[in-house]
Design a protein around this ligand. Structure first.
Ligand code: ADP
Length: 908
């Protein structure tokens, strides 16, 4: 007996030890079945002991364990179950079903779920494991559980005996996790606030320095001031890095996807980096695969951020030589592409032992070598996290002392297959390259890629080359002998001369060139230059470049500047005054509202964060007060420059955003965009052209076309007293804003932010009503009401279909409005039934091949040219099915569309 007791004691100790482990990794089942095995094998005396062992297990196991037979009747349970269920003892619970066991404590949904899981586990004979929350219906709070549902199978016979449910209470763990997350959130919001605090004085420093720069300064003073501006820019970059990092740390990186043009971000990034490279006399060579699709879907600003960081580092850590940036990709099928970026430099390189920690936060390799280089050591950590968050990655290879190559890649969705750079009728062009001895070969290879015939000549020539008198373009880098260029040009009257120049010389007009392209030469820019000819370049302006809007003034224009910080008020006010405005200053929201009741302004600049009343609320009051300034554009000023902020402000009723510290170029952009055209003048006194001034084209019956499309254009025109210009402007704005609104709404539905949804769909409703899409407006209104009343099922019912209509409407406006304004839209013929028929047939083929990329392109084209309301509805169904990858369904809707269109237009 003594030995037996000793064994029991020993086993109990073992059991306690095992159970402690069990709290995490639920091993109860295996222990019980181990015991069952042992029982089978052992003799009668030992069996007693084993029974005792099992009893102990049931008595002391902290998990709530229920053992049911095949009919889901309870056979066994641990004593701990009595702590939550209202039974006197385990015997009372026996033979009860889950419903009978749990219904007095747990809600019906949980009971149904656990019953379903038991059945599934028995059927599949597989253990099911998941985390869950039980909410007690008697008001006793909740319990977070790690739930295991395991089938019990007799090993020898293979027969199913029942199922074991084990609930492991992890409430404490999840509370701790929540607390940690809370702490992290408050840390991150503390960071955001700190950065705001730092940005405010920085705004003043940078602004004052920019003002100083506008005054007469000696060379030394100019150098000092320019250093102040550079340093404040640097500080701004660092604070932004910290802000991003604090978000990554709190696991809250937001990846906001939208449609974007790859060519645009490449251009933006390269222009910025080229300036930094030029300052260090580094060569920047950009190689882009021209066949890459241009229109993609993803988070372009995050991608841009990574590109800027990696390219910026290459410039930072390279003193001489060159930086090569290559952009390529590989199609992944199903309308996706893997984009590949490679940045190679001839810089200081990275030591082998430092490579492994390079992507960790605050790691700065080889500090001794680059102490003079400023940085936080956060950039690569942020880049790595961003790439991972976008399902991509980043890696590095480097030879210490020689240079490094950073590669990063990520998948993106293709919106349209049109290539990034292509030259129309490339084989019919003829290009003469004048080589300055350095970069002619690179130019030739670009032309090769674009498929354009070319000839390559060393140095300038005075006469057209025999056989090349009729060359379409002559391309050269800046720096050739001007007299010789003049002569050559004289002998080639039809040829467009394209000069590739340093951006810092952009303000001097080139003497003999029709067009300028800026370094680093991008394939996209070269293709664009080759797509225009000499006469179109001359019409556009000698330089061929678009209006920069940089050097202009306003006349008789009045601005209100609102900021609670006296220094910002002075600096900002002065910056605006420098454009020629009469500026009135207000130091608080209520102040601004009061002034707006008395004076009319052309533009209002409004600080975002102010005590007592913030900018958004003040703007709302100004808009709502009848009279003077209800329609005045309001530009919000903010130091909170996190991605997506601009959209947020626009939704809150602001017209535009300028970030703080105020950048003069950004301020100029906002002023040209919002101040009435009649008040803007270029330095030479001529007025600055604005898009709003485009006249409606007489004879083009826009109203009739829109009516045919099922809109109420005629009604809108009557309401506007026949003012077509205003109507066209409304349509333009709708065309530009629709895509954003749709994306925003999709996001709100995903986040289940119903108050936000009802507000934004309310905006959509107004917009639709204003342009005459009144059926859709009614549907939007119903959804707005449903969202307010929490009738989410109704929202889901019509949401996708309405968004489909918005897609069609956006394309329709995109095709029609330029026509109505007299701008010819390439290849566009409204309502050409034969063309539509052939497109529909093409679509049938591509849908059959499950080729989403081409189908989407055809759909885009169809959406632009189908003008029949019924056909549009049918196409909407096709598009909807395509969107969810239901190709067969899409094809079947499309067959209906083909038949309908054929019959209606009597096509044989
Ligand atoms: P930092 O702000 O210090 O540049 P990053 O996270 O961007 O921070 O980079 C981390 C470290 O990696 C840098 O401090 C530098 O030592 C090293 N590094 C990054 N890019 C390069 C490069 N192209 N050549 C050499 N070293 C580099």
């Amino acid at each position: 007996m003594a030995t037996e007791l000793k064994t029991v004691r020993q086993q109990l100790t073992d059991l306690r030890r095992q159970m402690t482990g069990m709290e995490r990794d639920n091993r109860l089942l295996s222990i019980m079945s181990e015991n069952a095995d042992r029982l089978r094998r052992t003799n009668e005396a030992d069996k007693k002991l084993q029974y005792l062992y099992n009893d102990m297990l049931l008595a002391y196991c902290p998990n709530l364990v229920f053992l049911f037979d095949k009919d889901l009747k309870l056979q066994l349970a641990t004593r701990s179950c009595l702590s939550i269920l209202p039974f006197g003892g385990l015997e009372d619970m026996k033979m009860r079903t889950p419903e009978q066991l749990f219904s007095s404590k747990m809600d019906a949904e949980w009971i149904a779920k656990i019953t379903g899981e038991c059945r599934e586990a028995m059927e599949s004979r597989k253990t099911r494991q998941y985390n869950d929350r039980i909410t007690f219906i008697d008001g006793a709070g909740y319990m977070d559980t790690q739930t295991d549902v395991s089938p019990i199978v007799d090993e020898e016979s293979g027969l199913l005996r029942g199922v074991l449910v084990s609930l492991n209470d992890i409430t404490e763990l999840s509370v701790t996790k929540e607390r940690a997350e809370d702490a992290s959130r408050s840390k991150s919001s503390f960071m955001a606030n700190m950065i705001h605090e730092i940005s405010t004085p920085m705004n003043a420093i940078k602004g004052l320095a920019e003002l100083l720069m506008m005054t007469d300064l000696g060379d030394v003073q100019q150098a000092y001031v320019s250093n102040i501006i550079n340093s404040s820019n640097l500080l701004l970059t660092i604070t932004n890095d910290i802000l991003d990092f604090s978000k990554i740390d709190a696991n809250r990186i937001d990846i906001l996807k939208s449609e974007y043009n790859l060519s645009t971000i490449l251009k933006d990034v390269c222009s910025l980096i080229s300036l930094r490279a030029m300052e260090k006399d580094l060569e920047l060579v950009v190689k882009i695969d021209p066949a890459l699709p241009d229109k993609l879907y993803g988070d372009d600003s995050r991608l841009k951020q990574v590109m800027l960081n990696v390219l910026g580092n290459a410039v930072k850590y390279t003193d001489k030589g060159k930086i090569a940036f290559a952009v390529g990709g590989e199609r992944l099928g199903e309308g996706n592409i893997r984009l590949d970026f490679t940045v190679t430099d001839t810089g200081i390189g990275i030591r082998h032992d430092e490579m492994s920690t390079l992507f960790e936060a605050f790691s700065r390799a080889d500090l001794n070598l680059d102490r003079r280089v400023v940085g936080t050591g956060l950039g690569l950590a942020i880049s790595k996290n961003l790439m991972l968050a976008m399902n991509g990655d980043i890696s590095v290879k480097s030879t210490y002392g020689k240079g490094s190559t950073f590669s990063f890649w990520l998948p993106q969705t293709i919106v349209a297959g049109a290539p990034l750079a292509s030259v129309d009728h490339a084989d019919k062009k003829k290009v003469l390259i004048l080589d300055d001895g350095k970069r002619g070969k690179e130019l030739a290879s670009f032309l090769e890629q674009l498929g354009v015939p070319h000839v390559h000549i060393k140095n300038t020539i005075r006469q057209a080359l025999p056989g090349w008198e009729d060359a379409s373009h002559c391309v050269y880098y800046d720096g050739h002998d001007q007299t010789e260029l003049g002569k050559l040009r004289g002998s080639m009257p039809e040829t467009a001369f394209v000069v590739i120049r340093d951006i810092r010389r952009a303000l001097e007009p080139p003497k003999y060139a029709d067009m300028s392209v800026y370094e680093p030469l991008l394939l996209t820019d070269l293709a664009a230059a080759l797509n225009s000819n000499r006469s179109s370049a001359i019409n556009k302006g000698r330089d061929g470049s678009a209006e920069t809007g940089g050097s202009f003034k306003v006349r008789e224009a009045k601005a209100l500047f609102v900021d609670d910080n006296a220094l910002n008020l002075m600096v900002g006010g002065e910056l605006v005054r420098a454009f020629g405005f009469t500026v009135i200053e207000a130091s608080s929201g209520p102040d601004a509202i009061k002034i707006c009741r008395e004076q009319k302004f052309d533009i209002i600049f409004m600080d975002h964060l102010m005590p007592a009343m913030d900018g958004i609320e003040a703007a709302k009051h100004i808009r709502e007060a009848p009279g003077l300034n209800s329609k005045t554009p309001i530009i919000v000023l903010t130091a909170n420059v996190v991605g997506g902020m601009k959209d947020h402000f626009l939704r809150c009723g602001m017209d535009d955003m300028v970030s703080k510290p105020i950048d003069v170029a950004d301020l100029a952009r906002a002023i040209t965009a919002w101040v009435p055209a009649g008040k803007l003048f270029k330095a030479d006194g001529s007025s600055v052209p604005k898009v709003e001034d485009v006249q409606a084209v007489p004879g083009f019956d826009l109203v009739k076309l829109l009516d045919e499309f099922g809109m109420y254009a005629g009604d809108v025109m009557r309401e506007l007293d026949g003012d077509l210009q205003t109507y066209i402007n409304r349509l333009r704005q709708a065309g530009m804003g629709l895509g954003d609104l749709v994306r925003y709404l999709n996001e709100l539905v995903r986040l289940e932010d119903w108050p936000g949804f009802s507000r934004v769909i309310g905006e959509l409703k107004e917009m639709l009503h204003g342009v005459g899409a009144r059926d859709c407006a009614v549907r939007a209104k119903k959804m707005e009401i449903a969202a307010v009343e929490d009738n989410i099922a109704y929202v889901h019912q019509d949401f996708k279909s309405l968004m489909g209509n918005m897609y069609m409407l956006e394309r329709k406006l995109d095709a029609l409005v330029p026509l109505a304004m007299g701008k010819k839209k390439e290849g566009y013929t409204p309502n050409d039934p034969v063309k539509i028929y052939s497109l529909l047939q093409d679509l049938q083929i591509t849908l059959g091949k499950r080729d989403l990329g081409t189908s989407t392109e055809i759909m885009e084209e169809l959406a632009r040219c189908s003008f029949d309301h019924d056909l549009d509805m049918l196409l909407n169904s096709v598009r909807w099915a395509m969107e969810v990858g239901a190709f067969e369904e899409a094809a079947s809707h499309n067959i209906t569309a083909v038949a309908f269109h054929k019959q209606k237009n009597a096509i044989t």
